[in-house]
Design a binder for this molecule. Structure first.
Ligand SMILES: *[C@@H]1O[C@H](CO)[C@@H](O)[C@H](O)[C@H]1NC(C)=O
Ligand SMILES: *[C@@H]1O[C@H](CO)[C@@H](O)[C@H](O)[C@H]1NC(C)=O
Ligand SMILES: CC(=O)N[C@H]1CO[C@H](CO)[C@@H](O)[C@@H]1O
Length: 639
């Protein structure tokens, strides 16, 4: 008892000291640290179905592996609309930053995701970063390298176009240019020009490149003044392109933050067809915008074009309006003069400014999903502007470049993960605790739990339960070795089966509170659970069984009720064990045994001990770097 209290005390202290409440952690995937969301819904009924796609990062430059560096923290994540984790891809790339993570459109009619893996921290510039497309199994379908002389895969955009054959990315180039545009024809300066590339997603070959040199004069920039002293390399970041999209006619729309302008660029000859905003707008417009992000074509016909973008109305140095907003603009391009009018405006719900980054997405049901970037702040709005939901990371230390919402089907190629441990103080009262998860799987409704007497033995179903959260816990009577689980969808279809896992046992049973002389031997599951056997691998069998079972139900109703009671108690116990688990979460170390006094009564009452196999470090060191990020923003590869 004293030992127990001492351990508990130690645990509490540790938990407080390491406070990593803003992260989720899991028994089945202890390495993953997924951020929690704080979420508020105002009208859940009107919210569009779909999953959230975010890619939290701590610092925008590739993170130097230091003491603060922790694996599996930053990277791509999918959550459901309750903030429940669906997929953590953070362990794929050793904490490399991921940008523009989203579901890719219409490739072979199946779900895909796409994102930019940022260039490496130190690889002598060899690893320039990559545009990735993964299939619904989370296997790489396309890894698009930088094949031309550009120094890196620019972080702003990886816009996989419909069908997936080509993708758009932003490009930045350092050039030594004459300053005639500024009325100084005898002088030269380094200037960072900007444009875009359309790349073949299979080979990475650049099919089309456009650059601002010769099209956007230097004096169009709001960041360069006539008298500025010529710059050394890399040079003045005078356009700062940050988004590009393509329409059915084959023309491109390009957003340049530092000219406050959106350009339509001919796919035929590269000329600028029109400019919206900035110093040389071709439109008569009833609104202003600045420092915009994420321009997209929404729809168009021969006379009108609707576009969307995030008007962050500010940057780190200046601010134009007091609130950032998502704008939907209708351009009447056959009128003379051409006109632009606001047809949708969605202000940032907290009234604040998004100084860097952000995204706007029109959802299939007409709702608007906006990523305000910092701290993963995001909101969903009804078409008429009502705020339906707002959410942000519980952690203040991370942001996401963009946030999206998509329908998605995930069928991971890796099997479900299962962990199991046996607990008990005497041979007759042993229980096996399962934890199960399946990283990336959507549509799992229930879990079936199996055990067999040995590796080659016949699998016996020892229980089933509804999937709750990313990781589901289940407690079964007996010491069950050689266990496995099955993921089942709402129609009863088996989506996946885990590998066979051997149940973890205490290294020393007696120290763990076991009263017997010798260590217990595993139960034969068919003796414990024989009557309930259902092997879903064989559907016919299962159906026959079901009929039998139905008959059984009539015969021994009472028995089943007792069993149900026992399972309810087991679930209650599971909850108290889960709480205890939370308590010891912060403890590092090898094997930790904790006695948990269970007072729920009934069959499983008594003493249970707790056993911890893996080390679970706390992730608390990465400081908020937003200030740093803002300073860094001017660099061409960033912001
Ligand atoms: C084009 O779209 C605009 C705006 O939705 C609409 O008013 C106009 O009638 C459409 N024109 C054609 C030719 O469909
Ligand atoms: C568990 O399995 C039984 C028998 O197949 C079924 O009737 C029940 O609905 C299942 N429960 C859950 C939570 O899946
Ligand atoms: C509407 C508005 O005030 N827009 C301003 C946004 O900020 C830029 C400078 O950052 C101004 O030039 C715009 O007038």
């Amino acid at each position: 008892m004293i030992l127990f209290l001492a351990l508990l005390l130690f645990c509490f202290r540790s938990a407080v000291a390491d406070s990593d409440d803003d992260f989720m952690s899991f028994v089945t995937l202890p390495q993953i640290r997924a951020l929690k969301f704080n979420i508020a819904y105002y009208d859940r009924d009107l919210v569009s179905p779909g999953y959230w796609f975010v890619a939290p990062y701590g610092v925008i430059d590739p993170e130097v592996p230091t003491k603060q560096w922790k694996p599996c923290q930053v990277g791509p994540y999918i959550y459901d609309a309750d903030g429940t984790l669906i997929w953590a891809g953070s362990c794929l790339f050793d904490n490399r930053n991921i940008f523009d993570f989203k579901a890719a459109p219409n490739i072979d009619g199946q779900s895909h995701v796409s994102f930019i893996l940022q260039h490496a921290y130190n690889d002598n510039g060899n690893d320039k970063g990559t545009g990735y497309v993964l299939d619904q199994h989370f296997d790489t379908e396309m890894a698009v390298p930088v094949t031309n002389d550009l120094s890196a895969f620019n972080m702003h955009e990886f816009n996989v176009l419909d069908g997936g054959k080509t993708a758009l990315a932003c490009s930045y180039r350092n050039k030594y240019l004459n300053l005639e545009d500024l009325g100084r024809p005898d002088e030269y300066s380094w200037v960072v020009t900007g444009g875009f590339v359309e790349i073949d997603t299979t080979t990475g070959e650049v099919l089309h490149e456009w650059d601002s040199e010769g099209y956007i004069p230097i004096d169009e920039s709001v960041k360069v003044s006539e008298w500025m002293t010529p710059s050394s390399e890399p040079g003045w970041d005078y356009v700062h392109v940050n988004a590009v999209d393509k329409n059915a006619a084959g023309d491109y729309i390009l957003s340049a933050r530092f000219t406050n302008t959106i350009y339509l660029i001919s796919g035929q000859d590269g000329r600028i067809i029109w400019r919206l905003g900035g110093k040389k707008s071709d439109f008569v417009q009833d609104f202003t915008f600045s420092k915009q992000h994420h321009v997209r074509f929404v729809e168009s016909n021969s006379t009108h074009t609707t576009i969307s973008f995030l008007n962050n109305a500010s940057d780190e140095a200046e601010q134009g309006e007091s609130t950032s907003s998502a704008l939907f603009i209708q351009l009447h391009t056959s009128a003379s003069p051409m006109t632009a009018k606001v047809i949708g405006r969605y202000d940032r719900p907290d009234g604040d400014l998004t100084r860097l980054r952000g995204s706007v997405q029109k959802l299939p049901n007409g709702n608007v999903f906006v990523g305000w970037s910092q701290r993963g702040y995001q909101s969903e709005h009804s078409p008429d502007g009502k705020v339906l939901m707002q959410a942000s990371f519980a952690s203040t230390r991370f942001s996401t470049y963009r946030s999206y919402k998509f329908d998605f089907t995930g069928r991971p190629s890796s099997p479900p993960d299962v962990a199991s441990s046996v607990y008990g103080t005497d041979g007759s009262g042993l229980t096996t605790v399962f934890h199960v998860s399946w990283n990336g799987a959507t549509d799992v409704a229930t879990w079936n739990f199996y055990a067999r007497p040995n590796r080659d033995g016949f699998p016996v179903r020892v229980g089933n339960t509804t999937k709750v959260d990313f990781e589901t816990m289940y407690i079964a009577d007996g010491y069950l070795d050689w266990v496995s689980v099955e993921a089942v969808d709402k129609d009863g279809t088996v989506l996946g089966t885990s590998e066979i896992h051997r149940t973890d046992t205490p290294r020393n049973w007696q120290l763990a509170g076991f009263q017997g002389e010798v260590k217990p031997t595993p139960n034969d599951p068919s003796l414990l659970y024989g009557e309930k056997t259902i092997v879903d691998e064989d559907i016919e069998d299962a159906e026959e069984e079901k009929e039998e079972e139905d008959d059984d139900d009539d015969d021994d109703d009472d028995d089943d009720d007792d069993d149900d009671e026992a399972y309810i108690q087991a679930q209650e116990l599971a909850e108290s064990v889960a709480k205890a688990w939370d308590v010891i979460r912060g403890v590092g170390g090898l094997l930790i045994f904790v006695l948990v006094i269970c007072s729920t009564g009934g069959l499983l009452a008594g003493m249970y001990w707790f056993y911890r196999r893996r080390r679970m470090p706390a992730y608390h060191e990465v400081a908020s770097e937003e200030g740093h990020v803002e300073v860094e923003e001017e660099s061409p590869l960033r912001g």
